[in-house]
Design a protein around this ligand. Structure first.
Ligand code: GDP
Length: 177
């Protein structure tokens, strides 16, 4: 009766990708621990954090992987994508280069990830509206063309972070159930 493997019914591996400094690590810490770290410190080795949530009465454990800086070397390994059922492709709304990189990240993901992976495009740092370099409509249209979910969020003030992850996890759930 004390079998804790029944604490959840589904385990979803979700990967974070996108250029360095767009806020991947902070989106992860905001969602899993409600924490924000203003100092960008290099993480060593691949790591993940988990959070269990309930969707349609089912307990789902989201295991969310951070690149741990691998993206700086343009060498995210195939192992990172292996078994992933969802991905958050993150750019920074105040950095157009990070948005231009999205296509490259999608291409790399297509080479390594499962064909059915559910992908969400996320414009992070929405608190930096005064520095906005990527129009919402442009990113929204890109997402629609490429069949991606789309949100803007802020790991800093927590705006839309819950919704971003919930929307992705719900879409994955609807696909596998
Ligand atoms: P990563 O390299 O993609 O994992 O990015 P980090 O999470 O390390 O964040 C890079 C830098 O951007 C850090 O200095 C963070 O404090 C900052 N940052 C992250 N998210 C936000 C955000 O939503 N708003 C603002 N203004 N800064 C952010």
């Amino acid at each position: 009766a004390d079998d804790y493997s029944y604490d959840y019914e589904y385990l979803f591996k979700i990967v974070l990708i996108g250029d360095s400094s767009v806020g991947k690590t902070n989106l992860l810490s905001r969602f899993t621990r409600d924490e924000f770290n203003p100092d960008s410190r290099a993480t060593i080795g691949v790591e993940f954090a988990t959070r269990t949530l309930e969707i349609n009465g089912k307990r789902i454990k989201a295991q969310i992987w951070d690149t741990a800086g691998q993206e700086r070397y343009r060498a995210i390994t195939a192992a990172y994508y292996r078994g992933a059922v969802g991905a958050l492709v993150v750019y920074d709304i105040s950095n157009s280069d990070s948005y231009e990189s999205v296509s490259r990240w999608l291409k790399e993901m297509k080479e390594h990830a499962d064909a059915n992976i559910v992908i969400a495009l996320v414009g992070n740092k929405s608190d930096l509206e005064h520095l906005r370099a990527v129009p919402t409509e442009e990113a929204k249209n890109f997402a629609a063309e490429h069949n991606l979910l789309f949100t803007e969020a802020s790991a800093l003030n927590a705006d839309n972070v819950e919704f971003t992850f919930h929307q992705l996890i719900k879409s994955i759930y609807e696909m596998v159930s």
